[in-house]
Design a protein around this ligand. Structure first.
Ligand SMILES: Cc1ncc(COP(=O)(O)O)c(C=O)c1O
Length: 388
């Protein structure tokens, strides 16, 4: 007889993603326009791919620096200087395996069993699961969606913190909301974290996907290198590189030695040939990013215009990320609605419940697609609503 090995309960009972639940249904349904996952329809642009191929051919295939190759660290320092006029140093930057790995490393560094992290929700649910993997509690503080956008009540955020709170997590711009934390709130949250010795994790992976300015405001603009502030970023969204799995974090100087050790036991560092291509993306990708952001804006405007003409639908406006949160009158369970929409309407949306408290009653739509595909999706959605 073979005895089964014992998996830690926190892992055995990890919740599956509802986004994936719906997405999987699309595999058995032909010709679905999927607006459910957080990526667009564009493959990575050629000059970035070429740079990776060249680096491979040049033999950049060995183990490398744990926090990233020096060329990429320097390119990121220049990038942050150009975007925000700030001066970072190499010791505060770690290149990671996507934004997700940066989040997980930070959580591993901060959360012991019984600790908690207070998260502004609705938000990409992976942060909740990362905390749960460590035996911690992810506390969700829901925002309110109103006709003019999403709103966070800071008193509720601060009230959710107690002696076991090790971090506040905020995604700004947010997924699925496109919300950006206003300036007065950024200062208030930073002051609160400073005074309580709580880490502030600012997830800024959508910082370039903004439609009324060049870049979203960053906590890096107001924090000092000694503040307990971690900023997560990624190549995935800005340069359409989701499959590459490269991201980075900016951290307080004091944690660098601990993070260096931790990376060794997670990934032992990244892939130098991918990082060489990331240098190109950062240094030469600006025109492409502008083009891609304009394309997303045009997609958003098309979707907003079409949804405005559907009488059961209301949308919370957003000037950032590539998502919209919408409500459909009398839709019942969002998950069941999304499943029917895939099979009968051949359009893929994500249920708002996948993103935690505050997401109930909503559907998330990702509009990072060509206008042609979005128009097809909107036609189908309208037809489906008429029948359901
Ligand atoms: C808010 C947020 N943070 C982080 C990530 C992680 O992105 P990646 O791991 O692809 O860099 C995502 C991906 O959807 C996200 O929406």
């Amino acid at each position: 007889m073979t005895a089964a090995c014992k998996i830690r309960p926190a892992i055995e009972h990890l919740e599956d993603s509802q986004i994936v639940d719906v997405w999987k249904m699309g595999f058995s349904t032909p010709d679905v326009v999927g607006l459910w996952v957080g990526e667009g329809d564009l493959p990575t642009t050629k000059f970035i791919c070429d740079a990776a191929a060249e680096a491979l051919a040049a033999g950049k295939t060995f183990y490398t620096y744990k926090r990233g190759i020096p060329e990429l660290q320097r390119a990121l320092i220049d990038y942050h200087r150009k975007l925000y006029g700030i001066e970072l140093t190499e010791d505060r930057i770690a290149v990671t395996s996507g934004g997700m790995n940066a989040m997980m490393l930070i959580v591993q560094m901060l959360i012991s069993a019984g600790d908690n992290m207070v998260c502004v929700s609705p938000v990409w649910p992976n942060i909740y699961r990362a905390v749960e993997i460590m035996g911690g509690e992810a506390r969700q503080v829901p925002m309110q969606g109103r006709e003019d956008g999403w709103h966070l009540d800071l008193d509720r955020l601060f009230d959710a913190c107690d002696a076991r709170t090790r971090a506040i997590y905020v995604a700004t711009p947010g997924n699925p909301t496109g919300w950006m934390m206003p300036e007065d709130q950024r200062h208030a949250v930073l002051d609160f974290c400073r005074s309580r010795g709580i880490a502030l994790i600012s997830d800024e992976v959508y910082n370039r996907l903004v439609y009324n300015r060049l870049v979203a405001p960053s906590f890096l603009e107001i924090a000092t290198p000694e503040d307990p502030v971690f900023v997560v970023n990624s190549f995935s969204k800005t340069w359409a590189m989701t499959g590459w799995r490269v991201g980075w974090m900016v951290m307080p100087r004091r944690v660098t030695p601990a993070l260096d050790r931790l990376i060794e036991f997670n990934t032992s560092g990244g892939q130098p040939f991918l990082q060489a291509a990331c240098v190109k993306a950062v240094e030469e990708g600006e025109e492409w990013v502008k083009w891609m952001v304009a394309r997303c804006k045009s997609g958003r405007d098309l979707v907003l215009e079409r949804l405005a003409g559907m009488n059961r639908v209301s949308v919370i406006p957003a000037d950032a990320s590539f998502y919209l949160m919408l409500q459909v009158a009398d839709m019942g369970s969002a998950l069941e609605f999304c499943k029917r929409l895939v099979v009968e309407g051949r359009v893929g949306l994500a249920p708002g419940t996948a993103f935690g408290a505050g997401g109930e009653g909503y559907l998330r739509l990702c509009y990072a697609q060509s206008n042609e595909r979005l128009a097809v999706a909107m036609d189908r959605f309208e037809t489906f609503l008429r029948k359901n």
